[in-house]
Structures are given as structure tokens and as C-alpha cells.
Design a protein. Sequence first.
Length: 426
Amino acid sequence: MTEMLRSGDAGYDEARTVWNAMIDRRPAVVARCSSTAEVAEAVRYGRANNLEIAVRCGGHNIAGLAVPDGGLMIDLTPMGAVRVDPDAKLAWVQGGALLGELDRAAQEYGLATTAGNVSHTGVGGLTLGGGMGWLARRFGLACDNVISYEVVTADGDVVTASADENAELFWGLRGGGGNFGIVTSFEFRLHEIGTRALIVEFTYPTAAGFDVLRGWRELNATAPREATFTASIAADTVTVGYVWVGDGGEELLPAFRALGPVTDELVEETTYLKLQTRDDNVQGHRFRRYWKGHYFKSLPDDAIRALVANPGVGASLQAYGGAIAEVPDGDAAFSHRDTLFEFVTATRWEDPAEDETKIGMLRSYAASLAPYSGGLYVNTLNEDPIQRAFPPAKLERLVALKTAYDPENVFHLNQNIRPARGMMVM
């Protein structure tokens, strides 16, 4: 039986707390679902009572889309089971599972599939937006590795979406976000990767940043798929490096040391599981957060100049390419597969008095790089229009799919694609 939480109940405040302390909304009801049938029942309950519906898994979206003020939060966190078939190299993952649960279950057999870089991120939100991770250049995005989805629709029906069943819905779920239903189960393809990973970071003074990033850009052009190049830019330093999953990776070290005057270096051999938890922050819910992003299809010198003019906020680049780019663009809703690097600028703070200053700095910095942008990752959409994530023809197809499965836009607390007809809720 679904556990229904209301203000004052034990667990209510914990359920409404997400990965951004700026979000302080109070759902009328939190439905903590333990099965697909309970999710379907919750959807029907919300609609019958005219409640705005949101879905929570990991709660990492900084806009707090999982928390409806005065509405119904469908909380999938009790649905965290993962089952692995090592012989078939498949994993079945419930819609409330976190990435760490998938990683741990698969790594018992030296297997993995593409997942994000923070283990307490929800599998559902990450995958429905595409799902970038350290294995994507070898095996494609998380959504490229989904074989089938179990979905609760806006009518409370349960359907399966795969290449052979409800194929158009399958297409839309691969990068179209949570617009078309609530996914209660994912079937993933797994890959043999072993258990080893290598983390490499070289730090240089800002004065050398322009030349270092130019050299890093050229090295990336011939990088093996096992290597995912990374860069971070701060007010006084530039750090570049890569993450390598599997054996090897040391052969790239001399080229990085030759990029400029190294002030610090990290060459750390670790396990894939430790790599996947390296960026975890168990105190993260106390911080106020904001981010902006861009996709770069090239990284011209002028873009590098804008990058190194960092105002002191956090900024990072992560390489795409490889298997990501080899999936035909029309095969999935996910777009901009010709991206070379993803850029994100993000910061966190605790004092509400700093909100305007911190957010303004990030917006200004991101705006300075907008002329070089070629789109945006769905999962980093903030106040940006949905058109930045999808080109016109693909967005038209997504609107048609939304209209077919959710004509009244019941599922609109997401990176929303509005239906072509029907009432817009809120």
C-alpha cells in the first residue's frame, strides 16, 4: 500500500528536500510508491483530485522540478532494486534507483553501463535526458544502452516501450526527458569493463591557460575512446586531464606534461566504483545551487579566451565524440550528437543574501560563451528555452509524441515539451 505523507508526518520534510537548498516547496501529498501499480494509482489519484504532479527519484535537478508546491509528489525512492544477469549482460533497474546501486550490482561481475559521475544521482532523470558519463565515448549515452522501458502514462496505464513495441515512445524516451510518462523500470545493456580506472589531472597557472587549453583541444582530437578529456577553469588556475576506464592510459601522460608549466599533478589509479563516487557530497542538500551550460561543436581560440576570462566561478569541460556521435541523429530524441565538448559553469553557497550575486556571475559568464554554443544538454536546462536542446524538426516530432501520450500536459514539471493541443496545466 502506498505510503501517503502530508505536512507534519514523519519523513515528509526529508522527502521534499532536494539537491538545492533554494527549493523550499511544500507538496500537499507525497506518495511514496513501492511498485508500478502504486505509481499508476498515484497518477490517477492526482488527476482525480486536480493536483499538480511531479516525480522524485534522486532529486538532483537544481530547479527543484520534483517538488510541486501544493501538489502531489510521486516519490520513487522506495523502488531502488537492481537485478543483473551477468551471462546475458543485462540489468533491470527500478525507476527509483540511484546510479550507485546500478554500478555496485554490475561491478560484481566486472560489468557496467554508461552512468553519470555522482553516485546519488537518480538513474531515471539522468537516463531520460540522455545520460553522459565516463563510458559514453566507448558505449554511447545511458539512453543508448536502454533496451526497454516500463512506463506509467498520464492516464494511469502501464505500457512497455522498446524498439519493437511502442517504438515512437521508445524513441522519445531516449533523451526527451520525463514528458511522456513515469518510467518505473529500465532494461539496460551492460559491457565488460573490468574494475580499473585512471584519473589524471594537471594544473597550470592561468597565465598559461590559453596555450594549455589549445594544446588540450588538439590532443583530444586523437584521444582513444577509453579516455574522456576534462578541463576546469578557475580564477587563478587551469586544470586539464582525462579519465580512463580499463587497463592502460599512462601513455598520454608525457603529452600532458608538455602542455605548459605544471604546478600540480594527480595521476591516480583507482577502481571504477571509487571513480563513480569521487564527486559525491553527502552534505550537498544544505547548499544553494545554480548552473548554466552549453554544447560546443568546436572550440575556437576566441572561445578559449572567453573561458580563461573566468570571473572566479566553477567551470568545466567534458569531451563527447566517439560512440556518442556514431548513433544516427534520427534514432533517438537526444540531439547535438556532433558536440565536441560540454561546458558547465556551476557554483554553490549557503547564505541567501548571496543569491543575486552568485547567480548573476554565472549568467554573465555563460552569456560570454553563448556565441560559441551549438545547443544545450536537456539535463542542464534551467531557465533556457527547450528549443536549445532540440532542433526544430526533432522538436516537432516530440510535440506530436507529447500530444499523443499527454495532451493535457499532466507531466509538465520537467524540461517541458508542450502538447500541440489540450489544456496547459499551470
